[in-house]
Design a protein around this ligand. Structure first.
Ligand code: NAD
Ligand code: IPM
Ligand code: MN
Length: 370
């Protein structure tokens, strides 16, 4: 059996707490003979800054490039509010995404039946919701140059961020979205703002062209990104796959998270291009949530977003489809059996700690393994 090399980057705040629960599951899969993993650990974010004075060290970058998959916790927090901008914890994550070429970020938002009442929307709007946000992750306003604050002659300051997309960047993310839609409900909604932004005009043109040339069997609609945000809280089940740029994807996925009950439920996979020689791709698996400083250190975090991200690694990096189904099934079963961390528990009821939720998933896995 091939041994898969995982690099675990727990990060800051609740990152290490949710990462510890994934480590238990990684060990279980290896112990039970279903898959073999070898795990290394390294620092990222504020933890790396405290140790090395940078948000990710060159050594950690080397380890990330050498790994078969990176499992990422979360970074950031008030402790690092005043560090130089280029060393802020979030810069570690952005460098990983950019230098590993992880242009496709898949953010599935699934509302488990057992959690329909935890959503901030009514049960009848979100029950069985299953949408996938495909977020472009290495371009747009996150990385466009110039990106600076300059002082003007009159003493004012001017801040510039640059929204920038090339045809090639839009084509490749559109292909990912159409490909995935074919395996789902065969519909892509492309969100941009062509009414205000040149990058939106190009985005719409390129998505339309890729659709016409390669994916005309898939239904395509264009939606203005602000309308998309509204539609997500009006009638989210109209969507199957939503494809959008880096910034709109960041915002729309936090909106989608609350439809599922909690930001603590949303996993994600950040994928690079497939190497034609090996068929492999670089990949980093990261929950959509952040370091949650308000609950860090209290074992209150929901580990399911991170556990779901590990399940995505089984599916997308290792082709361990049965193991991925098993782990996702264990999440479904644990929720159906009433396992709830505080963020998804009805007010006034008892809830599980982070560790107890990890244990509940482990028990369901053991049941499924027989
Ligand atoms: P956040 O996602 O950390 O928290 C937002 C809210 O959601 C908080 O009330 C938090 O308690 C709750 N929450 C988040 N994850 C949860 C979980 N697993 N279980 C239960 N509740 C959860 O966003 P924020 O407060 O805006 O940002 C805090 C820090 O995290 C910032 O420094 C930000 O830059 C960083 N951040 C990092 C990542 C990442 O590392 N991938 C993502 C988003 C934000
Ligand atoms: C996310 C986060 C990151 C982003 C930050 C921490 C850089 O909000 O992954 O959603 O904006 O992409
Ligand atoms: Mn975000």
């Amino acid at each position: 059996m091939a041994t898969h090399k995982l690099l675990l980057l727990p990060g800051d705040g609740i990152g290490p707490e949710v990462a510890a629960e994934v480590e238990k599951l990684v060990a279980w899969f290896t112990r039970s003979g279903i898959a073999a993993f070898e795990t290394e650990r390294d620092l990222v974010g504020g933890a790396a800054y405290d140790a090395h004075g940078v948000a990710i060290s060159e050594d950690a970058m080397k380890n990330a490039k050498a790994a078969d998959a990176v499992l990422f916790g979360a970074v950031g927090g008030p402790k690092w509010a005043d560090v130089p901008y280029e060393h802020r914890p979030e810069a570690g994550l952005l460098r990983l995404r950019k230098d590993l070429g992880l242009f496709a970020n898949l953010r599935p938002a699934i509302c488990y039946g057992a959690l329909a009442d935890a959503s901030s929307l009514k049960r009848e709007l979100v029950e069985d919701l299953d949408i996938l946000i495909v977020r472009e992750l290495t371009g747009g306003v996150y990385f466009g140059e110039p990106k600076e604050i300059v002082t003007l002659e009159d003493g004012q300051k001017r801040a510039v961020d640059t929204q920038l997309y090339t045809t090639g960047e839009i084509e490749r993310i559109a292909r990912v979205a159409f490909d995935l839609a074919r395996k789902r409900s065969n519909k892509v909604s492309s969100a941009e703002k062509h009414n205000v932004m040149k990058s939106g005009v190009l985005w719409k043109q390129v998505v339309t062209a890729v659709h016409g040339a390669e994916f005309s069997d898939v239904a395509l609609e264009h939606v203005l990104a602000d309308n998309c945000a509204m539609q997500l809280v009006r009638n989210p089940r109209q969507y199957d796959v939503i494809v959008c740029d880096n910034l709109f994807g960041d915002i729309l996925s936090d909106v989608a998270a609350m439809l599922t009950g909690s930001l603590g439920m949303l996993p994600s996979a950040s994928l690079g291009a497939e190497d034609p020689a090996t068929g492999k791709r670089k990949a980093l698996y990261e929950p959509v949530h952040g370091s949650a400083p308000d609950i860090a250190g209290q074992s209150r975090a929901n580990p399911l977003a991170m556990i779901g991200s590990f399940a995505m690694s089984l599916r997308y990096s290792f082709g361990l489809i049965e193991a991925a189904d098993m782990l996702e099934g264990a999440i479904t079963d644990a929720l159906a059996n009433g396992a709830r961390t505080g963020d998804i528990a009805p007010a006034g009821t008892n809830s599980l700690s982070t560790t107890e939720m990890g244990d509940a998933i482990l028990r369901e896995l053991e049941k499924r393994a027989g």
